[in-house]
Write a protein of this length. Sequence first.
Length: 270
Amino acid sequence: MNENTSESSLLYERDGDVAILSLHVPTRLNPLTLDIQRGLRDRLARLCDEGTTRALVITGAGKAFCVGADLSSMGPNEGGGSLGQRTADTMAELSNRLIADIRALPFPVVSAVNGPAAGAGVGLALAADVVLAARSAYFYLPFMPRLGIVPDLGTTWFLERSIGRARAVALTLLGDRLSAEQAAQWGLIWSCVDDAALRQEALATAQRLARLPAHAAREIRNAYESAGSVPLEAQMHYEAERQRELIDRPEFAEGVKAFGEKRDPVFGRH
């Protein structure tokens, strides 16, 4: 590691072009506290401003990835409005914006799910472009069976699109733990790896992503989000319009040249 700095409940490291952010409250299994959410948003903004990051890994310290909302902080009403109203306001002003920030990053994101991902921690994990999980990890949605509420932080959006409505609904209503192996078989995540290999595999994957064209993450996210909401003819029109612009970029020229020279392409930062 080239750099290692701790910011209270969030650990920031670098490995060349790859940034690593770790939720760092291991004694409490990394709840998604307001401080962590603010710290994540601040660090993501700085990574964008600095312009030196080509890929990001998000993981958890200790035995868990993230156990979701910090329920211990949701005490009696100390201000105006009900607890529900204040929670919804916080989601609109902070939590939902965190997920939107991740999805808008100009570089690819890898989630390294090192242990349980529960509640809102599932939405945080699935916001990444590539999700790897340790074999001992699992995904758990206690929202309805334990609390009488719906999944949040985009979890319903991610689940419906990745594993289909039948599995998403049953998993949410029953509240069964979904093992990392089953999650990979269902297509919820990219792969399941041995616990000891997770960090190395996540960093290797991030380094591969870091070598992609700088616009890769945004273009591919947008393409598949479009594909999930429009008919085939409209999506083919979308694809043609993107090719109209992308084929005229220097990255395409480099790719064609590299193909002719039988080597891997080398893409610039911009």
